[in-house]
Every structure is written in C-alpha cells, then in structure tokens.
Design a protein around this ligand. Structure first.
Ligand code: COS
Length: 379
C-alpha cells in the first residue's frame, strides 16, 4: 500500500513553519497588506529559523531538503500569507539556476549569500518577454574578461532588497531561445537601478519592481552553465517554482476552508448555525474535495521530482489545478460569508485578492496548458 505518512523530519518542518506562521505572519498580515510595506523584520526572523536557505543542498551547508518537505514549507507559508511565501520562495527561485547549472565555485559563493540570510531574486520577465520568455531583449556582451549587461527586467520579486540575483540575458540575439544565457549578478554593481515598485491588488507586502541594467559589468566567471543554455535553465527553474506556487495555493485553500468552517459554525440563521444548512454543507464538501485532489497532484509531482524523473507536465498541472481551485474556493467562501466576506478586515477578502496572482505568475495558467498539451501530444 502507498505510504503517504510524513517522515519525522517532514513533520518537524511542518510544525516549525506552522509555529512561525502563527507567531509572526498571521498577526501582521493584515497590516502589511494595508500598508504594502515589505516585512523586512519578519523576513529576518524567517532567516533565523532557517526558512531563507531551504533550497541549499547539505554539501553546501544547507538543509538539503526533498521536494515534499519544500512543498510542506510553501504550503504552510501560503496558509499564513502568500506575500510572505512569494518573498521567501524567491530565494529558492533565484538559487535554482545555480543549483541546476552552476559549477562548484558558483554554488559555494551563491549559496553562501543565502546561508548568510541575504534576500535574493531571479530576473527573467521583461516588458516584451512575459509569457514569451524566449523573447528576452536584455543583452550580455563579452568585453575582455567581463560581460556587459544592458536592459530592463520587470515584475521582479525581491528586486529592491536582493543582494544578488540570477538573470537571463541574450548573448546571441540571432539564436532566439538558444542565444539566452544565465548569469549571477551582484546587486551592488555600478549601473543597476531599481525602478518602479508595483502597487498590487494582492500579495501587497511582497516586493515587485522594475530593475534596469545600464552598462553593468560582471566578471565572465558569472556565466552560469554553458553559453546558450539559459532558456533551458530558466524552464527547469520554473518547473520547481511552479510546484512551490501550487503548494502555496494549497495552503491558502486550506486556510480558506478553515476560516469558512469557523464562520459557518458561529453564524446563525433562524436560530440555527449556518453549518446546519445542507446548501452550506454541499459547498464545504466541494471545497474539501477539490483541495484533496489538488494535494494528490502536488504529492505525485514531489514524488517524481524526488525520483529524479522529469516532472514539467505534472508541475504545470499541479500549478494550474491548485491555483484554479484556490480561486474557486476563495470565491465560494466570500459567497458564504456574504457581506462579511466583502468588507476590508475580512480574512477571506484578503485571501481572495491574494490568490488571483497565482493564476498569473510563474507562467499564467494558459501557459501551463500549453506545457501540458505539448507533453501530452509528444508523450
Ligand atoms: N525543461 C527542460 N527543457 C525545456 C523545458 C523544461 N521544462 N521547457 C522547454 N525546454 C526546452 C525545449 O525542449 C526546447 O529545447 P530544444 O530547442 O533543444 O528542443 C527549448 O527549451 C525551447 O522550448 P520551446 O520551444 O517549448 O520554447 P517556447 O519558446 O515555445 O516557450 C513556453 C515555451 C511558452 C513554455 C515558455 O516560454 C514559458 O514557460 N513561458 C512562461 C514564462 C514564465 O513562466 N514566466 C514566469 C516568470 S519567471 S519569475
């Protein structure tokens, strides 16, 4: 029989993150959402309990976690506040190109930033290269022993707070996706300008900015992996990141259900709790059923990743199904709460705003369907 129980280590991580979320994230989420202020102090606390370096392997001094443990961490953070999960998850997103494509020296150096509790970022998206990630216009031109970077990245998570980032730039514009390469860029280099900060509908406490590179010189040793392999590295990175988005959306969905159950048990209609109504029970059943199915997809994807198998299709499926589920579940909760779900300070109002971006970022759910269909057709 399939053993679906968590290992002791996984249970310990789950309890540790749950405690952190209850102590630091949930009590402050409403204020950070209202002010759209980056929760630097909470991020620092997250660093102290080892949440910023979850993606660093054991041989480089990190915890060396398996996919399911990372998924549990993302789920618990997403249950607390997706803005915080996005921020903390940004350190994994930025580390993956180095993890999958970097050499020993690059790994030592990059992971040390993360072990030193620094915030990091990943820069792929540009004004003309969102869904069409291969259309990156930022250039990296070799000049002696240095690459010179020019271009603008947008919607960059953690951009204003990052000490270092991984970046995808074109080293040969004539070759399309095969002309893209990955680089490590230290953010204190001359010519880097952090621009407009986005004022968002949801995940308001996460930092989303434009970053411009104006003749930024980096040593040629900062090229990650082979020249021209940047697009593949970005896609492999996104396979991992999409799984984290799915897990975070699962955590949010479970929180919505938790809050709804509390509400329908407390609220009464005609002298009876709302929970006694069969209509309400049918809604709760639909929510619970879809959440359970989403969790099954996520667990299968983690299993494939941990087995060293390709999981692009499954991570696209998990991301799409779970974020679509989270949106449906949040909308159902707002319906059940009625006016109490629509006003500010209502917990489900924030959750519904936060969830929308998850259907959009890390590749919109339409892009995921392209990935899924491509895999199904070529299986
Ligand atoms: N793992 C490994 N290699 C992959 C891959 C993956 N998950 N996905 C694609 N590749 C490879 C392909 O095999 C192909 O290699 P060859 O040229 O050697 O055959 C190459 O990459 C190009 O792939 P493809 O032709 O599918 O690229 P497209 O330009 O058609 O783009 C999509 C594919 C649309 C899927 C891609 O642009 C995408 O994911 N866009 C969304 C970007 C995104 O998620 N952004 C989020 C923000 S990042 S913070």
């Amino acid at each position: 029989m399939l053993d679906m129980s968590l290992t002791t280590t996984q249970q310990e991580w789950k309890a540790k993150v749950r405690d952190f979320v209850e102590e630091y994230i949930i009590p402050n989420a409403e204020e950070h959402d209202r002010t759209a202020e980056f929760p630097l102090k909470i991020v620092e606390e997250a660093g102290k309990v080892g949440l910023l370096d979850f993606a660093v392997p054991k041989e480089f001094g990190g915890p060396g976690l398996d996919a399911l443990t990372v998924s549990i961490i993302s789920e618990e953070l997403g249950r607390g506040c997706v803005a915080m999960q996005t921020t903390i998850g940004g350190n994994g997103l930025s580390a993956y190109p180095v993890l999958y494509g970097g050499n020993e020296a690059q790994k030592q150096k990059y992971f040390q930033y993360i072990l030193d509790k620094k915030i990091t970022a990943f820069a792929l998206t540009e004004p003309g290269a969102g869904s069409d990630a291969g259309a990156v216009q930022t250039t990296a031109v070799l000049d002696g022993d240095e690459y010179v970077l020019n271009g603008t990245k947008c919607f960059c998570t953690n951009g204003a707070y990052a000490s270092v980032m991984t970046l995808i730039a074109s080293t040969d514009p004539s070759k399309g996706t095969k002309g893209l390469s990955a680089f490590i860029v230290e953010m204190d280099r001359e010519g880097i300008m952090v621009g407009k900060k986005e004022d968002k509908m949801g995940i308001r406490a996460s930092n989303t900015v434009e970053v411009t590179f104006n003749n930024v010189r980096i040593p040629k040793e900062n090229l990650v992996g082979e020249l021209g392999k940047g697009f593949k590295l970005a896609m492999i990175t996104l396979d991992s990141a999409r799984l984290s988005v799915a897990s975070s959306a699962l955590g949010l969905s479970k929180r919505v259900l938790e809050e709804t159950i509390k509400f329908v048990k407390q609220e009464t209609k005609n002298g009876k709790p709302l929970a006694a109504s069969q209509y309400v029970q049918f809604k709760l059943a639909d929510m619970a059923m879809q959440i359970e199915a989403a969790e099954g997809l996520i667990n299968k994807t983690c299993y494939l990743k941990d087995s060293g198998k390709r999981y692009s299709k499954e991570s696209a499926m998990a991301k799409t199904f779970t974020t679509d589920t989270a949106m449906k579940v949040a909308a159902m909760a707002v319906d059940l709460f009625g006016p109490y779900g629509y006003i500010k300070n209502s917990v489900v109002e924030k959750l519904m705003r936060d969830v929308k971006v998850m259907q959009i970022y890390e590749g919109s759910n339409e892009i995921q369907r392209i990935v899924i269909a491509g895999n199904v057709l070529n299986a």
